[in-house]
Ligand binder design. Structure first.
Ligand code: SF4
Ligand code: SF4
Length: 332
């Protein structure tokens, strides 16, 4: 029988041991239904999730809710929205109780005197020109000024087909302000013309992502196996989609048979009662889903399948390490 020890040498085994102790239990929280942008293709607004439930405005209700989430075993709170920085009192309620990651468009700077080591992930959708088309504003320039040199911040770069051949310029600008970057692909939920992926474009961007990782290894937090998975939607001859997705809210998951999935994962709406289907759009056709975190988690929950060979298990370790770095369970 193949075991971890029989597949890994000493160095890889040490890497494996470091991550196998982590036992990450994440859930996702809509902090608010509001945003200071309205990006074309935003999964939150395009799926009507901003109208799914009214926001809870009483901060003591948030505090009691987070205490219950902690008691439920959550050890990583991923804050999304809308734009979480519009409600810093709610963000602070999480930060004081749990390891917290805050997704933001970066227009409002999280005050570091209040949140000294909170992980911040800034969304960027391309270069200045693309951001103006999709987001109505060049947010990239503003967020770079706000967060330059911040050790607890990275960019979550949503790559669109329009950026093939242009990612290096974006990544270089991120490197030049001393930040890190992680890449995922746009799912184009609102069908914006020219922003859906063709098979050839997916092959091209995979090569480009690999090259960026090789060239900017100190800036790009990624792995080539992740690039393969996210661009092909395939893992071990299996196809990503509803029947395989690990990031479905536990209480709403009635799939039979149950695939490997994130333990106790819930995506909560901002009334603190309503649950959304999954980590991303409620209405997305799963066969078009390019969500980066869902693909990463897909690999992570399928360790046993990767015990086929040394290379497969090393691929699994690299994806797990990437996730752990992005949420600072291990250093960059
Ligand atoms: S900044 Fe984020 S939440 Fe706001 S509209 Fe854009 S994608 Fe949606
Ligand atoms: S939209 Fe994506 S993340 Fe959501 S259930 Fe479908 S495959 Fe999973």
């Amino acid at each position: 029988m193949k075991t971890v020890s029989s597949l890994l040498d000493k160095e890889w085994h040490a890497r494996y041991s470091r991550i196998s102790k982590l036992n990450i239990r994440s859930s996702i929280y809509d902090v608010t239904n509001r945003c200071n942008l309205r990006c074309k293709g935003c999964f939150f607004f395009s799926s009507g999730e901003h109208q799914a439930a009214p926001e809870e405005n009483d901060i003591s209700q948030w505090e009691a809710f987070i205490d219950k989430e902690k008691a439920r075993g959550v050890n990583l709170a991923i804050l999304i929205g809308g734009e979480p920085t519009l409600c810093l009192d709610r963000v602070e309620a999480f930060y004081r109780r749990l390891p917290t990651f805050c997704a933001t468009n970066g227009l409002i700077k999280v005050p570091r005197e209040r949140f000294p080591d909170m992980m911040v992930g800034i969304s960027v959708w391309g270069d200045e020109e693309d951001e103006k088309i999709l987001r109505g504003k060049d947010t990239f320039s503003i967020s770079r000024k706000n967060y330059a040199g911040d050790p607890y911040t990275y960019y979550l770069y949503t790559i669109t087909p329009k950026q093939i051949g242009k990612t290096e310029a974006v990544i270089r600008k991120i490197r030049d302000v001393g930040l890190k970057v992680h890449m995922q692909l746009l799912s184009n939920d609102e069908g914006v013309n020219g922003f859906s992926w063709s098979v050839q474009e997916l092959a091209d961007i995979r090569k480009e992502m690999d090259a960026m990782l090789d060239t900017y290894a100190d800036t790009v937090i990624s792995s080539k196996y992740y690039h393969e998975i996210i661009t092909s939607g395939k893992m071990m001859e299996r196809s990503f989609g509803w029947l395989e997705c690990p990031s479905v809210t536990d209480a709403l998951d009635n799939r039979q048979p149950q695939p490997k999935r994130l333990t106790n994962f819930i995506r909560w709406a901002s009334d603190l009662k309503t649950m959304h289907r999954c980590c991303t759009s409620e209405t997305r056709d799963c066969s078009t889903c390019k969500d980066g975190a869902a693909h990463m988690s897909w690999v992570m929950v399928n360790k046993r399948a990767h015990m086929r060979s040394t290379q497969d298990l090393q691929n699994w370790i690299q994806v797990y390490e990437m996730f752990a770095k992005l949420y600072q369970f291990i250093p960059w």
